[in-house]
Write a protein that binds this ligand. Structure first.
Ligand code: NAP
Ligand code: MG
Length: 482
């Protein structure tokens, strides 16, 4: 066995598929029951390309049935229920997610390709935490918004992406229900399975029928939901391109809208930062979840005086990352979510090489089947290159340099996006100076990719508008008598 084999293969410790309790076929979850879908497609494992299950491709008629079920549930009980009763359902859902965490984590990794240690230690605990957090607010809305008399809006249409399927579902459903709304949610085409398993949690929690309806399908199902006249609010997380199309579509309709879109975050390292800690933060910032993270630290800005030692440490650290089976608990970087996303990453990486950046990829043996991309670092990147401008949404880092804090700031803000940023320095005053001037919804200091349900998250500029998490995350689901 070579050294590379030992690093790559080691002793495989895969989780058992059986935990996921896959069904061969799933319907849509409408009005508390399974609706037999008119059309279906096959969802696969991106790590092996094996088919996992048949799921529905919801038609406009099925969207209509789901919206009608949500409206009926809103009017016939849910919106009028004592807030403390609503809270009980949310607490129940949170507890059931904790109890069934292993089943969900295995299914999430199987269908989406992310490493099991991330599903287990990040996605599942955070999804449960969102339900616990918003359960706590459900009966305190009058205190949360004093003198503003909050009311639910009605039916919320929610559309989510494939990078954090269950967690994005939690970010959407928990505040909507806490505020007294009902929901029709569409997961992404490539990752429907944990949303479908969540239907089982809703039944176990005895949530009244129709309060949450789940429709699977591709962008056409999403578009039908956005258009439906019975929907009062759209909450969308996904690409800036689709977000813009939705905004155009809804202009003048009176429907509420929040958009959580793409990003191209700056992760800025000053020469007084603790370097080893910064390297861990850089690795976490861009290789966590294969870089399929809207707030990923994809542009690394390094102060010139520490450029060489830092890049050297980073390369060495990259060599230790284990790429492979998402269900192996020792895997650091899993599968790329889809063939389509892999093609996008490859295209942008090729453009980086053509434009003149220097590419580094550690030696790595990739599985033969499935969608994979080696963790990549580009140095000698100019700000004008596509890899410094466009969101890659993959495990690809672009390294740039700066001399002064002013220069770092100017370069960091030179992007159409504004979702997140990171600052690494020993100086508290510099952290505050930077945080006030970075045009990003979230600024992390000496850490990266930290999430907490109490903390609002959202963007500036082309990263969207509206906040999720914290008190701010309730507001888009309420109307007020002012
Ligand atoms: P996407 O293509 O915009 O898809 C997002 C969701 O919208 C999916 O459920 C998608 O269905 C659906 N959709 C597609 N076309 C639609 C249409 N015309 N009308 C209504 N819905 C439509 O984005 P993605 O490629 O799945 O996700 C990656 C992007 O999401 C990245 O740009 C990333 O930065 C962004 N993102 C942002 C955040 C945030 O919080 N700001 C979080 C995660 C991801 P299909 O699955 O069938 O395409
Ligand atoms: Mg898409």
């Amino acid at each position: 066995m070579t050294e590379l084999d030992k690093k790559q293969i080691g002793v495989p410790v895969p989780a058992d598929w059986a935990y996921a309790r896959l069904q061969e076929r799933y319907g849509h979850f409408v009005g508390g029951d399974w609706l037999e879908p008119a059309e279906t497609y096959t969802t696969i494992s991106p790590a092996t390309e094996e088919p996992l299950a048949e799921v529905g491709q919801a038609t406009p008629e099925e969207v209509d049935r789901a919206v009608a079920a949500a409206r009926a549930a809103f009017e016939n009980g849910w919106s009028g229920l004592a807030a403390s009763e609503r809270a009980k359902y949310l607490f129940r859902i949170a507890r059931i997610l904790q109890e069934r965490a292993r089943e969900f984590a295995v299914l999430e990794s199987l269908n989406g390709g992310k490493p099991i240690k991330e599903s287990r230690d990040v996605d599942l605990p955070l999804a449960a935490a969102h339900f616990f957090y918003y359960a706590g607010w459900a009966d305190k809305l009058e205190y949360a918004f004093p003198n503003r008399r909050p009311h639910p809006i009605g039916v919320a249409g929610q559309i989510i992406p494939w990078n954090f399927p269950l967690l994005m579902l939690a970010w959407k459903i928990a505040p909507a229900l806490a505020a007294g709304n009902t929901v029709v949610l569409k997961p992404a085409e490539t990752t429907p399975l944990t949303a479908l398993l969540f239907a089982d949690v809703l039944r176990q929690a005895e949530l009244p029928a129709g309060v949450v309806n789940l429709l699977t399908g591709d962008g056409r199902t999403g578009a039908a939901l956005v258009e439906h006249p019975g929907v009062d609010k759209i909450a969308f997380t996904g690409s800036t391109e689709v977000g813009k199309a939705i905004q155009r579509q809804l202009a003048g309709s009176g429907k509420r809208l929040t958009l959580e879109l793409g990003g191209k975050a700056a992760n800025i390292v000053f020469d007084d930062a603790a370097l080893d800690q910064a390297v861990e933060g850089i690795v976490n910032g861009i290789y966590f979840n294969q870089g399929h993270v809207c707030c990923a630290g994809s542009r690394l800005f390094v102060q010139e005086s520490i450029y060489e030692p830092l890049v050297e440490k980073l390369r060495r650290r990259l060599e230790t990352l284990r790429v492979g089976d998402p269900l192996d608990k020792n895997t650091d970087v899993g599968a790329i979510n889809s063939a389509q996303q892999l093609a996008k990453i490859r295209e942008l990486v090729a453009s980086g090489e053509e434009e003149g950046a220097q590419i580094y990829q550690p030696p790595c043996r990739l599985p033969e089947k499935g969608y994979w991309f080696v963790p990549t670092v580009f140095t000698e990147v100019a700000q004008s290159y596509r890899i410094a401008q466009e969101e890659i949404f993959g495990p690809v880092l672009s390294v740039l340099t700066f001399r002064t804090p002013e220069e770092a700031l100017e370069k960091a803000n030179n992007t159409p996006y504004g979702l997140s940023a990171g600052v690494w320095t020993e100086k508290g005053s510099r952290i505050l100076w930077m945080a006030q001037r970075l045009r990003a919804g979230v600024v992390w200091a000496n850490t990266f990719n930290r999430f907490d349900p109490t903390s609002p998250f959202g963007g500036y500029k082309e990263s969207g508008f509206g906040r999720e998490g914290g008190l701010h995350g309730l507001e888009p689901y309420l109307r007020f008598d002012e």
